[in-house]
Design a binder for this molecule. Structure first.
Ligand code: NOJ
Length: 653
């Protein structure tokens, strides 16, 4: 602790703080009572001077006449172990500077800002301590700037749109940003650096989107409640962390763990949480073979569930999703959410019988809750619905919040508003109480809270394969690792082998479907196609789905150019086997794999790759499956067809 000012706090102050490796330099500046910060990496500008503060309803803005009361510094370093995820061990090392501020006039409100500088970026948050005359705040705006060079490019999806996060990414110059965009928003700076702006530990607050403010500076735009207020909070209150990830290369972002590091360790014992690979009564509905609605073609019947459980057993897949077992799907199901009953089966599905048969065959069921965003109806049944599943031995749930807005407390709210955030959190914590793991569709974005609540095994929150059949291009999966996936794993529903299906034609080759199991991490992964395509049509390709794990010891991004191609290697947790996945966009691409990343030794490689004649448009099924001996430091050229990819399993000999 230093600089204890007993009298009138100084309104001018400067503090420089570097990362543990000395490469990043944060400057915190208090100038004439205004607080700002800037960031450089080895002399290159990351963010120019960026202002901080709040606009509060019924009060003066909290962004001027500020003086420093004191500052404190701390150095921290730990390595912590994940229960599941892309890396078993995560290093969390940073230098911290906290500035305690007081207004120098008027009510002398207090505000603290805590900064952490890691080797690969920064995090900071506002902390509002309790104060006699300031104990509650209605936040009209958070005035956090990220002063990025306007000539940089940003990969973005639009915010406040009917399909939430489910849009195709676009790359535009920052000065062309017109409307708010979601984070993680990833920027290619003119000086060659790659940065991604995001947030961590989002609780009880609106989600941060980004826009250009009146001075054309990238600034926070907190998602409003229906009355326009961004958040109503009681003091003491800490905002989520604002995060700036920094890399020399796009692939550096993939290994950035700041978002997880800025979250708390697990609250309670989560050793019961296990990642799950599962089949689904699902894609058959997308391709029109079955329906969610009742009738002759109803998908989630007792009979179909038994059939799929048998497939799980024969294919060696641990779990089965039963989507549409309860009512609510007849007619325009998007309008049924106010009355959905989460405990009542449709007449042709005897859930008890299905659960017993699943248990007998050691198959774990994944229950389904489609809320259509009617939070009020869902919350009124939530505990009973979780208890109901848990009593049946169902410990995984896929939940859904389809629809452009939510109904919360009788009002139409954004999913990512403060009230939405509170609901998702309530559901997650209650699920933990019943030892239930969640895979949330139409979620809010990930902010690393799965460190604290590891039962949050997956989320959707971007366009997944259900958008195939026209709305997805091969480029999309070459952007996700550098944008959406920086917020955590995604339920992308890989493994669709029936690529040429005329109802849902995929923009993919067969080999690429295997690559997704490695390129798109997730704690819950549905092998999404109908199981006959695994058992009978392409059993050779299926072997990779059987072999691929969901929990990783370590992850090494190998190649990446945003929107063009991506390849990553991961070592299975608890084994010496490695898996590599790669995808390309509409263009063919060859990569020279250099196996120097492997520990010294010999490996048997099982290679699943596009044939030279493959093409996602007219020859998607042309796959080559071959074996080869590989040893440490070998090199190997691998070809990816347009819209293609590859998957490799390396078994240590
Ligand atoms: C959208 C989800 O993403 C999808 O997986 C689900 O099948 C439908 N909603 C129906 O709940």
């Amino acid at each position: 602790m230093f600089n204890f000012f007993k009298r009138r706090p100084k309104t001018d102050f400067e503090k420089k703080l570097s990362s543990p490796d000395g490469k990043l330099l944060l400057r915190v500046l208090l100038k004439s009572g205004h607080l700002s910060y800037s960031l450089t990496k080895e002399g290159k500008t990351v963010l120019k001077n960026s202002m901080l503060g709040f606009k509060l309803k019924g009060q003066k803005p909290l962004d001027s006449h500020l003086g420093i009361v004191r500052g404190s510094e701390k150095t921290f370093s730990e390595t912590w172990e994940t229960i599941w995820g892309e890396d078993r061990l995560i290093e969390n090392s940073y230098n911290e500077f906290t500035i305690y501020l007081s207004e120098t006039t008027g009510e002398r409100r207090l505000m603290t800002v805590r900064f952490r500088v890691f080797n690969d970026g920064i995090g900071f948050r506002y902390e509002l301590p309790p104060q006699p005359s300031f104990y509650r705040a209605e936040i009209e705006d958070e005035l956090t700037e990220f002063n990025i060079d306007l000539n940089s490019y940003v990969w973005k999806i639009p915010a406040y749109q009917p399909d939430r996060y489910e849009y195709n990414y676009e790359r535009v110059p920052v000065y062309e940003l017109e409307n708010s965009v979601h984070t993680p928003a990833t920027f290619e700076l003119k000086n060659g650096l790659f940065i991604s702006l995001h947030e961590a530990a989002l609780y009880n607050y609106g989600e941060m989107t980004l826009k250009l403010n009146q001075w054309k500076t990238v600034t926070s735009d907190i998602t409003p409640l229906s009355d326009g207020i961004k958040a109503r909070v009681e003091l003491p209150f800490d905002t989520p962390w604002r995060v700036v990830m920094v890399g020399d290369h796009a692939t550096d972002l993939v290994k950035n763990h700041i978002v997880l590091n800025l979250n708390d360790p697990p609250k309670g014992d989560f050793s019961w949480v296990k990642p799950l690979k599962f089949l689904g009564i699902w894609w058959a509905m997308y391709v029109g073979e079955w329906t969610w609605a009742s009738g002759d073609r109803h998908g989630a019947t007792t009979e179909h569930a038994f059939e799929y459980i048998n497939y799980c057993k024969n294919l060696g897949i641990e779990g089965l999703l039963l989507e549409g077992w309860n009512g609510g799907w007849d007619g325009d199901w998007l309008k049924n959410g106010a009355t959905t009953d989460f405990l009542k089966s449709s007449p042709d599905c005897d859930l008890k019988q299905v659960a017993d048969y699943a248990a007998k065959n050691s198959v774990k069921l994944v229950g389904h809750h489609e809320t259509v965003g009617f939070v009020d109806n869902y919350e009124s049944q939530l505990e009973n619905a979780y208890k109901f599943y848990s009593d049946l031995g169902i410990n995984y749930i896929k939940s859904g919040y389809a629809g452009s807005m939510m109904t919360v407390q009788g009002k139409r709210e954004f999913h990512h508003s403060q009230l939405g955030v509170l609901h998702y959190q309530k559901a997650l914590e209650l699920a933990a109480k019943y030892h239930i793991c969640l895979d949330v569709h139409e979620p809010i974005k990930g902010t690393g809270i799965e460190r604290t609540f590891p039962n949050l095994l997956s989320r959707e929150g971007a366009r997944g394969q259900e958008y195939e059949g026209g709305a997805l291009t091969p480029t999309h999966a070459c952007i996700l690792p550098f944008t959406r996936l920086l917020a955590g794993g995604m339920d992308y529903t890989p493994g669709i082998f029936d690529i040429e299906n005329t109802v849902k034609r995929l923009s993919s080759t067969l080999a690429r479907q295997l690559a997704y199991f490695v390129t798109i991490p997730s704690g819950m992964v549905m092998a999404a196609d109908r199981p006959r395509f695994y058992a009978d049509v392409f059993p050779g390709a299926y072997k990779f789905i059987y072999d691929v794990p969901l929990n990783w010891e370590t992850t090494i991004p190998l190649f990446g150019k945003i929107g063009e191609y991506y390849a990553v290697a991961r070592r299975e947790r608890g084994s010496d086997n490695w898996f590599i996945g790669g995808v390309t966009n509409e263009n063919a691409h060859a990569l020279r794999l250099d196996f120097s990343f492997l520990p010294v030794g010999n490996y048997r490689a099982e290679i699943y790759r596009d044939d030279e004649t493959a093409h996602f448009r007219d020859n998607p099924l042309a796959i080559k499956i071959e074996q080869k001996e590989i040893k440490y430091a070998d090199t190997f050229d691998i070809f990816m067809a347009p819209g293609g990819g590859f998957a490799i399993r390396l078994e240590k000999l």
